[in-house]
Design a binder for this molecule. Structure first.
Ligand code: C2E
Ligand code: CA
Ligand code: CA
Length: 643
């Protein structure tokens, strides 16, 4: 029988063009891409074997029988293989992992192995085909070949349907279209056996998959032309799928923001480009990524190689980078994370990297930070604390303690500072100094702040409003930077006050100078609006940063709280004492009342009174206490002092 193989030649041409493009424009080496490449090769091989086999059979007089037999054999093996590889490709698209992947594999792997066994036996038992006098005849099991192909169509559709949530719409459309084309081809082939159509379906699916495949330019950083963050995380996932041991080096450019400001965007991009090409030359394509802003990430195969690369990077950063005629010195520190020793998931990797990046600032330049037991324990603790905060927000389980503030002139407790407390079932008591900065970082402080204010207002409503003789005039509430960044802060505070019928004058918001100066415009706006309402402001931790009196001119603070450290130092050192004395005098002259914190002994309290401070807060007058205790304390204090 003479076969018409025109369609096969056209299909071969299309597949070869795809192959050429695939090789020239290299994709990121991931499992999906690798399987696509294998499927493509198997399809090209299958199609070529089919065409050659037809040519051989048409020229039986010239071509020896063993050549025709070998071509027929190759065709069947490759046909079985291509269906199996396409199934493996879809398994990867469906992101099947672990036990489930093994179960699904059996559904495709076992039929493939059976098909292969029949193909291997065919030369002996004539299952798919047999030859007599160099003429090809279909074997008794030839139709099973069609059944095999149909089985894989159905299987692919079923696994994609089952995993429809993780599969993109594009892929679903491709498989639908492909199935229509391929099934029609198989049907046509079954009925018109003289025209070969086997590869038309394959060429169609290859073309569609290739067009829909990852676009390498989406994975490239436009500034440095190396892989971007997305490409890096895809590689990371790939690495985890293979459980391949790797070392990931993060190259962090210290203070790059300043350099960007000094040199301008264009010039600093040029430097980034230079760094990118240096790392690219050092580590090779697909191993270097510009992960975000001022970090590059390098993937290395072994710890020894990592050490060598780290050395080379530090050496290079020891020299200047040239920007046209200018020389620019850049500082870097490196972070080394080993897989799977130091992290298991992408989330753990990113969290730990962020944690190490923060300590990198302190470690100074040219440091190589590694994940040792200490950092791992610190990181674990931090993650646990963050989770405890999230839990407490959900369960509204923060407690508010109140610390008395003593009014020196009238010898009574006139205010309270609200201080938040977190007690976790697993971690026990977590000090605010530990969890507040973490909550500031992830924005959870907004919820904490809201719960604290709500609690304070409820406390005032229940115990203070109706009990003026208690003498509590205000509650001091700490407000964080993240809260101040919120446009609706005044509105939020006003509505809570109204809900509990609290006069705004009963609330003093404590803000650190750092908060005030980091968002000066916003802060002034908030202070104006809240001030008009009647809320007052105290500058907290005065003297702990680069404070100077100019903030008191710039912002309408009604009170100043001197930082504990300054107060403690004033008992130890003459210089600190003189500074504190001058500050108190300055405040008195300006007319801003002063509160000193951290007073623990009678002696210290006496010294502060002599100095002329207006308010004293500290363990001497009382530690932060839960509401019941603080109410009893105030009553007792009043009774003792005869009020
Ligand atoms: P802060 O605002 O400076 O609060 C005063 C801190 O000093 C409190 O620590 C208080 O317990 C402590 N303190 C008071 N008197 C003494 C003393 O005589 N000796 C000693 N050694 N310490 C004293 P606490 O409660 O651990 O709070 C630490 C920080 O956490 C606060 O410092 C504040 O910055 C923050 N914080 C606490 N509650 C809140 C809150 O509700 N919201 C916000 N944003 N921050 C809060
Ligand atoms: Ca405070
Ligand atoms: Ca303070």
């Amino acid at each position: 029988m003479q076969y018409n193989y025109d369609f096969e030649i056209a299909s071969l041409l299309i597949m070869c063009i795809i192959g050429l493009h695939f090789v020239c424009i290299r994709q990121f080496p991931m499992d999906k891409t690798r399987l696509f490449g294998q499927f493509l090769i198997a399809c090209i091989g299958e199609c070529a074997a089919n065409i050659l086999s037809c040519v051989g059979l048409a020229n039986a007089a010239l071509v020896p029988q063993w050549v025709n037999e070998a071509l027929a054999f190759a065709f069947f093996v490759l046909e079985g293989l291509s269906s199996y590889l396409l199934f493996r490709y879809f398994m990867e698209v469906c992101e099947l992992r672990g036990r489930r992947a093994k179960q699904v594999w059996c559904l495709g792997g076992i039929p493939f192995l059976l098909f292969l066994a029949f193909a291997l036996l065919t030369p002996f038992i004539g299952f798919f085909y047999y030859f007599i006098d160099n003429v090809y005849y279909q074997g008794f099991g030839a139709d099973l070949g069609y059944a095999y192909i149909i089985y894989f169509f159905v299987l692919n559709i079923l696994i994609i349907a089952k995993r429809r949530r993780v599969v993109s719409l594009r892929t679903k459309l491709i498989i639908a279209l492909y199935t229509v084309v391929a099934v029609s081809m198989v049907w046509a082939q079954f009925h018109v056996r003289g025209v070969l159509l086997t590869s038309v379906g394959n060429a169609t699916v290859l073309l569609m998959l290739y067009l829909a495949m990852q676009n390498p330019s989406e994975m490239l950083d436009p500034v440095t032309q190396i892989g971007n963050e997305q490409a890096f995380f895809l590689q990371l996932r790939n690495m985890q799928n293979h459980k391949a041991k790797k070392v990931i080096i993060t190259v962090h450019l210290c203070k790059f923001r300043h350099i960007q400001m000094m040199l301008g965007l264009g010039n600093s991009n040029e430097i980034l480009g230079e760094i990118g090409s240096f790392l690219y030359r050092l580590c090779g394509k697909f191993h270097v990524f510009r992960t975000y802003g001022d970090t590059f990430t390098v993937l290395v195969d072994s710890e020894e190689r990592a050490e060598e690369i780290e050395q080379r990077i530090l050496e290079r950063f020891g020299q200047d980078w040239t920007l046209r005629e200018n020389h620019v010195a850049l500082e870097t520190n490196l972070i080394e994370q080993r897989y799977p020793k130091d992290f298991q998931t992408s989330g753990e990797f990113a969290g730990m990297r962020q944690f190490l990046l923060e300590s990198a600032e302190e470690a100074g330049s040219s440091a190589v930070l590694r994940v040792d037991d200490d950092t791992a324990a610190q990181y674990l603790r931090r993650s646990k604390v963050e989770m405890a905060v999230a839990r407490a927000i959900k369960e509204q389980s923060f407690e508010v303690y109140y610390q008395p503030i003593y009014l020196v002139r009238e010898k009574r407790i006139a205010s309270l500072e609200a201080l938040v407390r977190l007690r976790d079932e697993e971690l026990g008591f977590i000090p605010p100094d530990e969890f507040i900065p973490l909550a500031e970082r992830d924005g959870n402080i907004i919820h904490i702040g809201a719960q604290v204010l709500e609690e304070c207002c409820s406390f005032l409503e229940r115990h203070v409003l109706s009990n003026a003789s208690m003498g509590i005039e205000t509650i001091h509430v700490n407000i964080s930077m993240a809260q101040c960044l919120r446009q609706n802060l005044p509105e939020m505070i006003r509505s809570v006050l109204e809900e509990h019928h609290i006069p705004p004058s009963m609330i003093t918001l404590e803000i650190t100078e750092r908060t005030a100066i980091s968002t000066p415009e916003q802060m002034r706006k908030h202070m104006k609006q809240l001030g008009e309402l009647g809320v007052s402001f105290a500058m907290d931790d005065y003297g702990s940063g680069n404070s100077n009196c100019s903030y008191l001119i710039k912002f309408p603070f009604e009170e100043v709280k001197v930082d504990k450290d300054i107060v403690w130092a004033s008992f130890e050192k003459d210089a600190a004492r003189i500074i504190l004395e001058n500050e108190v005098r300055t405040m008195q002259e300006i007319g801003v009342p002063i509160i000193v914190e951290g007073i623990e002994t009678k002696e210290q309290a006496k010294r502060m009174e002599e100095l002329g401070v207006d308010f004293i807060q500290g363990y001497y007058y009382g530690r932060p206490m839960p509401e019941g205790e603080v109410l009893r304390y105030i009553r007792q204090f009043g009774a003792q002092t005869g009020e």
